[in-house]
Design a protein around this ligand. Sequence first.
Ligand SMILES: O=P(O)(O)OC[C@H]1O[C@H](OP(=O)(O)OP(=O)(O)O)[C@H](O)[C@@H]1O
Ligand SMILES: Nc1ncnc2[nH]cnc12
Length: 178
Amino acid sequence: MTPDELKLLIRTVPDFPNAGIQFRDITTLIGNGRGLAATVQMLAEAAQAAGAAGIAGMEARGFIFGAAVAVQLELPFIPIRKPGKLPIATIGVDYALEYGSDRLEIDPDAIEEGDNVVIVDDLIATGGTAEAAAKLLRMAGANVEQSLFVIDLPDLGGARLLEDNGVSVFSIMQFEGE
Ligand SMILES: O=P(O)(O)OC[C@H]1O[C@H](OP(=O)(O)OP(=O)(O)O)[C@H](O)[C@@H]1O
Ligand SMILES: Nc1ncnc2[nH]cnc12
């Protein structure tokens, strides 16, 4: 399947979770087996090209794609979790969302110093989540140079924010001015 065909599998829901937000829902993409497989394949090829030694994914939607990419490449998966979920002393970063704020935490021992870790998530909007993830992974010793997304919303400037932080951005599809 092509990126344009995959884009047709995304469901857009207006005014969710707040008025004015066009919610790009991946439920309909992952509900299509061929679509899910093609998406994971594209992300895995990009992760391999970036020389990934590990894949990090953000709870919850980033777990779907990140874990699948890690399995495909036989690489470790590093879960970046919402607060209070890990049963150990964590390191964490607070961040702002398109519709609210949150916090991400990881196991500080999950990464070997200097490991090339690639970030995978379903969507980049303001980039706040991915910027926080990159900061956390770097605090834990990772080398973070590449991030991969199924969807980019360029109007919200997240990709630019990440590039300004030294993290390249790859996305399969974009929703711009629509
Ligand atoms: O670029 P940003 O403006 O930071 O937004 C993108 C983030 O928002 C969504 O996650 P959400 O926090 O809604 O959580 P979920 O994966 O648990 O649904 C999405 O999965 C990204 O992680
Ligand atoms: N517009 C949007 N659609 C789906 N997930 C999102 N996360 C942040 N903004 C989003």
